[in-house]
Design a protein around this ligand. Structure first.
Ligand SMILES: Nc1ncnc2c1ncn2[C@@H]1O[C@H](COP(=O)(O)OP(=O)(O)O)[C@@H](O)[C@H]1O
Ligand SMILES: [Mg+2]
Length: 362
């Protein structure tokens, strides 16, 4: 695929150490491409988030990895073995589906032990491993309750325990926390991190929530319209978004349209600067925190004049909206202690260093 990701943020392609390798994976439903051909490497012990808006193909991709959907093209390799044509029950993966899929007529203990019973393990082994999984998932006291009598968060833990007890090489989670309210979601994020550490496996989870991806994952694959637009660690994706979509999907971003000709960029809003790359339409991305209000006589690599439209105190910072040429708005995050505070109607000069700006194809 044509990844626009800069090389420093790309995973080691074809590294022998990759546990899960997707190569040329795509999925078509008739004329519609749910997943465009893509490659992805996932390494042992990774906690990977597949992040993107609803309908971008996340669930389809996860189901292809788990073996519930067969890809139109491409191969899935896990631990050195091509599993593309192998059914879900024979793969070293386990999936926790959206909505958990628990057996409502069974107790917690029966749900958690279900997979081991299918595998015809001995009674003693099942009892031991269930007790251990219940302990790790903090469910021991609920062992003999019906799952129907549990809260959402407790059901979520049962679903996790039921999957983790089978010691999958790769645990697949589809929007695992989407059904929970905000407070419980935060508690369960901590819980998932702890489980990932304790079980020591590889987790791949799908989410549309950037906050969840940032707080849980050590690597993030950002998906849009069936493509992975960027893959890397959270810091590199935030600091160096490869596309306009990634820049707006993760964190706040100011976007400035412009044109590049012969290594010179000219923004519609005025400023010009040198930037190597192909000729054509570009978008300059600058984070609100990187923009400064320049003092009289102070310079910056990129400078724009504007008028303050709004000033909001947000506790840890002040959010200042500045109107620039062409009715565009630039958001600036200022230190909460700044004095004097800018006031609405004030003419200001904004500036930022080239190093804190990314230029992406428009
Ligand atoms: N079995 C199917 N038949 C036809 N279209 C499908 C099928 N499964 C998914 N799609 C379509 O593929 C796209 C991606 O779906 P999905 O992977 O569920 O996205 P996400 O999980 O990111 O919300 C959607 O437009 C969806 O309607
Ligand atoms: Mg989905």
């Amino acid at each position: 695929m044509t990844l626009q990701t800069p090389p420093e943020t790309r995973s080691k392609q074809d590294s022998p150490a990759a546990l899960l390798k997707l190569r040329g994976i795509s999925k078509r439903y008739g004329d519609f491409a749910a997943v465009e051909p893509l490659d992805l490497d996932i390494f042992p012990r990774d906690f990977v988030a597949v992040l993107g808006p609803s309908g971008c193909g996340k669930t389809t991709l996860l189901r292809i990895i788990g073996g519930f959907v067969s890809p139109t093209t491409g191969t899935v390799e896990i631990d050195g073995r091509d599993v593309t044509k192998i059914g879900p029950e024979k793969r070293p993966t386990n999936t926790v589906f959206q909505g958990y899929g628990l057996f409502p007529h069974m107790t917690v203990r029966q749900n958690v032990g279900y997979g081991l019973r299918l595998q015809k393990k001995t009674r003693a082994e099942i009892d031991d491993r269930v007790a251990e999984a219940l302990r790790q998932s903090r469910l021991t006291e609920f062992a003999d309750r019906s799952v129907a009598a549990l809260s959402g968060g407790q059901q979520q833990r049962v679903a996790l325990a039921r999957a983790l007890i089978l010691r999958p090489k790769v645990l697949l989670l589809d929007e695992p926390l989407a059904a929970l309210d905000l407070k419980l979601r935060h508690t369960m994020q901590d819980e998932l991190r702890r489980l990932h550490q304790e079980f020591g496996g590889t987790f791949v989870f799908v989410t549309h929530d950037q906050g969840e991806a940032l707080s849980l994952a050590n690597r993030i694959a950002v998906m849009n319209a069936g493509r992975i637009e960027q893959e890397g660690n959270a810091e590199s994706i935030y600091a160096a978004p490869a596309t306009r979509f990634v820049a707006t999907f993760i964190g706040d971003a100011n976007l400035l349209q412009g044109e590049r000709h012969g290594g010179q960029v000219k923004l519609e809003a005025g400023p010009a600067f040198a930037d190597a790359g192909p000729d054509g339409a570009i978008t300059a991305v600058v984070r609100p925190k990187a923009v400064k209000l320049l003092a009289a006589g102070e310079g910056a690599d990129v400078q724009i004049a504007g008028m303050v439209e709004d000033v909001v105190y947000l506790g840890d910072h002040i959010k200042c909206s500045v109107k620039i040429m062409g009715e565009q708005q630039i958001i600036v995050h200022l230190d909460a202690a700044i004095a004097p505070r800018p006031v609405v109607g004030e003419q200001v000069n904004l500036g930022w260093p080239l190093l804190q700006q990314r230029v992406v194809v428009a």
